[in-house]
Unconditional design. Structure first.
Length: 479
């Protein structure tokens, strides 16, 4: 029952993300066509800055809520206090950042004028509100996940994202409002849907705010700011280094590879949204066997992520040749490598669980910066010789270092039983798929090659299935 519910929630969260991406896919060309490249670039820059500032406004409060809400030491009466305290902190941090942004507005206006960016005072104010509404929306979504209400999550997510997409299109196509109009429309939608979100989580919203819980939440959450900064650098340095050490063409090849690799990232994110509220609840509900559940979940997650990532990697050449122009055929090889990097990234949701349980969030920050350093060195060594392929290898190696580092530290802090035969067997099959993906790269679709790869994939899937602890999972379901 536990794993069935986890699979169901993963499918619903994944469905919400998929529908949102489809909407974005169809509205993006309309917005881009209505804006000049300079305007669209300015919009992307502002959105990036909003995301970066969001790390500081949030201060890891969402992660802290997930850690303590279902903890066995947290009483039923304390849960609304945790949520209300976290929401109060979020609004206070938002007010502080809004005050700072408005205070430096004269400087911001001069910078905008100097670079002749197509954004006015109203656009910056709207971007400030967008920062707050984005974090508030994410906060509400995380509370809904803590309530295990995936349908409510689906409704609230789609309500916000559909209205945001449509309002942005309406602003640029009907009002010709440019970047300012898009930012104002998105901020207005965020403000309008926020009361709906509060209604959905109303049982946890009270006037009871605790100073002690505020200290606990900030103490646990603030290291996620620095870990988030490391991830932000992690996700952008490869493109900058490719541009400076290789060529802009290699950046384009790598970017196409990464866009297709997000298919694997999509599966990882869907699982993560379902898993994070379940992880602590499992420990509270099954205090005697939760460690084994974590261990078995790692095996199942790795197995299914390898099916998704390995499948995309095996047919990376066919996918690129079918969907992209000929000049992007070189994207197939880095795509295969990146898929396995994202598979390893997905496992962090289990390999880092012991660090979170022991409240040693500073370790997450340390390991994230270590991985960023490994990625930097890997890019520096490999990009001059391999271009986009070198950047992909650097990403894969960095994710391997990160998840192994998390696992080692977690085992020191809060060990879980590991069946090394099963884990090693699944990893070996994954390595075999990686090797075959790299060796049998093609630039055109050949049905004989496709058949051979499908046969190889079927063998790996069956062998991997035999390595899974199916009997133990059934016993957990009965319990």
């Amino acid at each position: 029952m536990l794993f069935r519910n986890l699979a169901k929630d993963t499918a619903i969260y994944g469905g919400a993300d998929l529908i949102s991406k489809v909407i974005a896919f169809f509205t993006f060309p309309l917005i881009a066509a209505a804006l000049s490249p300079r305007s669209f670039g300015s919009l992307e820059l502002i959105v990036t800055i909003v995301g970066l500032l969001g790390l500081f406004v949030n201060c890891g409060l969402n992660n802290a809520m997930h850690r303590f809400y279902w903890d066995s030491n947290t009483s039923l009466e304390q849960r609304p206090v945790i949520v209300s305290t976290a929401l109060t902190l979020l609004l206070c941090f938002s007010a502080v950042f809004m005050s700072i942004i408005l205070f430096i507005m004269p400087i911001t206006a001069r910078v905008l004028g100097h670079f002749q960016l197509p954004v006015t005072f109203y656009g910056i104010v709207a971007a400030t509100f967008l920062l707050i509404t984005t974090q508030s929306t994410q906060f509400i979504q995380d509370i809904i996940r803590l309530h295990f209400k995936p349908i409510n999550f689906l409704i609230y997510t789609l309500l916000g994202r559909v209205l945001v997409a449509l309002s942005a299109v309406f602003a640029v196509l009907y009002f010709h409002a440019g970047v300012d109009g898009i930012l104002i429309a998105q901020a207005a939608v965020g403000i309008m849907v926020f009361p709906v979100g509060l209604y959905l989580v109303r049982k946890d919203i009270t006037a009871n705010v605790s100073l002690e819980w505020a200290k606990t939440l900030v103490r646990f959450g603030h290291p996620f700011i620095y870990a988030g900064l490391a991830y932000w650098l992690f996700g952008s340095m490869d493109r900058w280094m490719l541009a400076s050490m290789s060529s802009v063409e290699e950046v384009g090849i790598y970017s196409v590879s990464y866009r297709f690799a997000t298919i694997v990232l999509f599966a990882s994110a869907a699982f993560g949204q379902a898993w994070s509220p379940q992880a602590i609840k499992i420990k509270s509900d099954h205090p005697e066997i939760y460690r084994s559940i974590y261990s078995n979940t790692l095996l199942f997650l790795l197995y299914f992520m390898l099916i998704v990532g390995g499948g995309v990697a095996l047919f990376s050449g066919e996918i690129i040749s079918l969907l992209m122009p000929e000049e992007y055929l070189q994207s197939a090889l880095p795509l295969a490598i990146l898929c396995f990097g994202i598979v390893l990234q997905a496992t962090q949701q289990i390999t880092a669980i012991g660090i979170s349980l022991e409240k040693k969030t500073g370790v997450l920050m340390q390991m994230a910066w270590l991985a960023a350093g490994v990625n930097l060195i890997g890019n520096w060594l490999m990009i001059p010789h391999l271009g986009a392929v070198g950047a992909a290898w650097a990403t894969l190696i960095a994710y391997a270092v990160l998840t192994i580092g998390y696992f080692v530290r977690s085992q020191n802090l809060h060990p879980i039983p590991v069946n090394w035969f099963r884990l090693g067997g699944i990893l070996f099959l994954g390595c075999c798929v990686l090797v075959v993906s790299l060796i049998f790269q093609v630039s055109e679709i050949n049905m004989l090659n496709v058949g051979e790869k499908l046969f190889f994939a079927a063998i790996c899937i069956v062998l991997g299935w035999l390595l899974l602890p199916l009997k133990e999972i059934k016993n957990v379901g009965k319990a």
